[in-house]
Design a protein around this ligand. Sequence first.
Ligand code: BGN
Length: 343
Amino acid sequence: MMSWSRIFALLLALSFIFTFTVLKSTDILGFTFDKMKIKGSTPHENIQDTQNKFWINLKNPGNISNYKSVNYRLPLCNEIPPSLHTLTINTSIKVTFEKIIAENTNVQYGGHGKPESCQAHQKIAIVIPYRNREPHLKMWLYNMHPFLQKQQADYGIYVVEQSQNTTFNRAKLMNIGYTEALKDYDYNCFIFSDVDIIPMDLRNLYRCSKNPRHLANAVDKFDFRLPYETIFGGVVAFTKEQFLRVNGFSNDFWGWGGEDDELYNRVVAVGMKVERPKQHIARSKMIFHKRDAGNEKTGKSFHLISKAKQRMYQDGLSSLTYNVTEHIKHRLFTKITVDIGTL
Ligand code: BGN
C-alpha cells in the first residue's frame, strides 16, 4: 500500500512531465526547447580561431551552418528604427581590423550582425565587388558595421574578390555574391555596394522595397546630385525575387562602366521602376581614389546597354560560371575569392 506522501510525489512528477510536454509542443515559452540547449551560444561558436587571427579558411564552407541562430520569439523591430540622424564621416583617420573588431563586438564571424532586442523584417546580404583595396575596405567596415547595427539590420557582409589581375568585372562579382550568400542564410534582400561609398545619414535605410532601389543617389563626387536621370551605380538594393526577375547583372561587362546602366534597363524591361530615397537623406561620401589598373573602359558597353532587353535572359544569373579559390570567414566579413575567367 502506497503512502499518501508517495502518491503525492508521483502525482507531482506526472504533472511536471505533462507540463513540460505541453510547453514543448506548443512552444509557449517563446522558443523551442531543442534550441534552448544552445541558448547563449553564438552561431559561430563552433568555429575555432586556431590561427589566432581574425579569420578562418573554410575548406568545406557548405558544412558549416554558422548562420542558423537561436529562434527566440523576439518582437518584430519597428519599420523605422529609433534615433536615426545625420553622420559625420571622416575618411582620413587610420583604422585597423583590431580597432573595428573592438568597436563591434556583436559582429560574428563572416561579418554577420543582427539586432538583439527585436527581430528584423529583412535578412540582408551586402555584396561588395573587390580587388586590392584594403584601406577602403577597412574604412567601409569601420563605418558600415555601426551603421547597419544602428539600423537594426540582420545582415551579412560578402566581399567578392576577383583572383586574377586581368580586366575587372564588377557585375559578375555581384552575381557571384548573390549566389554564394544564398548558400549561407535565407537572405531576402541584397545590397550591392561599391567598397568606397559610405552613407552620411542613418535615415538612408539600407533595405529592400517593392521596387529595386538606388541608394547612392546623392554622392559628394557628383555634388550630391544625379549626374543623369537613369544613373543606377554605387549602391543598389534588390529583393531576392527582384534580382532573379532581371536575371541579375550581365556577366559580359569587363572594365569600367555601363553594367549598372544595363541593369537599369533590365529593371525597366520587366516593368519595375527604380525607387530612390530623398536626396537630402541619401547623401553619401565616395572615398577618393584613382581609377584602378585593370579596370579601364573597353568601349563595348554602349552596345550591350542598348541590347539589354533582348539579351537579359541569356546573360546573367542563369549563365553564371566561376570557381571559388578561397572562402574566408573573417571576423568582419566573408571573403570569397573567385576565378571568373577573362575577357
Ligand atoms: C557612366 C557609366 C556608369 C557609371 C556612371 C557614374 C558608362 C556607359 C557608357 C556607354 N556608364 O558614364 O557605369 O555608374 O558614369 O560614374 O560608362
